[in-house]
Design a binder for this molecule. Structure first.
Ligand code: MN
Length: 253
């Protein structure tokens, strides 16, 4: 398909005015016509949450570089669902989410709104990619993440993606040292909350938390990133534990 005929939907979870989404729009523009439909505010760590009890509203906004985008008062997954069902004139050829400000490797994946926007794209039948920069700094150099995203997009247009599979990319800030296929590394957060006391002597809790790596094998997203490479992981929304299903399903209940 010619570049001018492709439609690419770009979403994120940091909100439509985040710097990271601009970086992804730049990459997407090299591959097709871009439609930006993203949350109207910060929606990090909302996971695959969707809005059921409240109405969704979509507002057109002028973005940088003459682009027009649609801000939705919902979650990243809401944005992709609404784009698919109502807002886009036709089905997109690709769904991109990011570039997130912060890592979505290891256990972060399960909390990530960025990844969930891409996963929603996969559920709806579109090839989808999530892209995250491990550097939280708003002004981080995302050129390496952009290069990794471009490689993944080209990969998809050359090879397609197996049904039900989403690509999850993470890369450090700065130039790309290389992009490696990885598995999601086991990890968790420890010492998660800091207890404090408010002016009325009532306790409250503020999430902090240290990221703890529990998995030390090779080919893991968290380790490849530590070595300074970009990481690309094929992920799936089918949460069945296929590794144990065969054995467990033969056991008496
Ligand atoms: Mn985010």
């Amino acid at each position: 398909m010619a570049t001018k005929d492709r439609l690419i939907l770009v979403c994120n979870d940091d909100g439509i005015f985040a710097k990271g989404i601009q970086a992804l729009i730049e990459v997407a523009s090299d591959f097709g016509k871009v439609e930006v439909i993203a949350p109207d505010r910060q929606q990090s760590a909302v996971g695959h949450s969707i809005t059921i009890m409240d109405p969704l509203r979509a507002t057109r906004f002028e973005l940088k570089n003459g682009m027009v985008g649609t801000a939705v008062n919902g979650t990243p997954a809401d944005c992709v669902k609404l784009a698919h069902d109502q807002l886009l004139d036709r089905k997109p050829d690709l769904v991109l989410s990011g570039i997130n400000h912060g890592s979505n490797a290891g256990i972060n994946l399960i909390y990530s709104g960025t990844v969930s926007a891409a996963t929603e794209g996969t559920i709806l039948g579109y090839p989808s990619v999530a892209v995250s920069c491990t550097d939280f700094d708003e002004n981080a150099d995302m050129s390496g993440c952009q290069e990794a995203a471009a490689k993944a997009i080209q990969f998809i247009f050359n090879n397609g993606l197996p049904k039900g599979i989403t690509l999850n990319i993470n890369a450090p800030s700065g130039p790309l040292k290389g992009l490696k296929w990885t598995r999601q590394g086991d990890s968790k957060y420890v010492d998660e909350y800091e207890p404090r006391v408010d002016p009325h002597s009532r306790p409250y809790y503020w999430m902090t938390g240290r990221f703890q790596v529990l998995d030390h094998g090779e080919e893991l997203d968290i380790n490849v990133l530590k070595e300074g490479y970009g990481s690309i992981t094929p992920i799936q929304y089918d949460l069945t534990a296929h590794k144990v299903f065969g054995e467990m399903s033969k056991m008496e209940l």
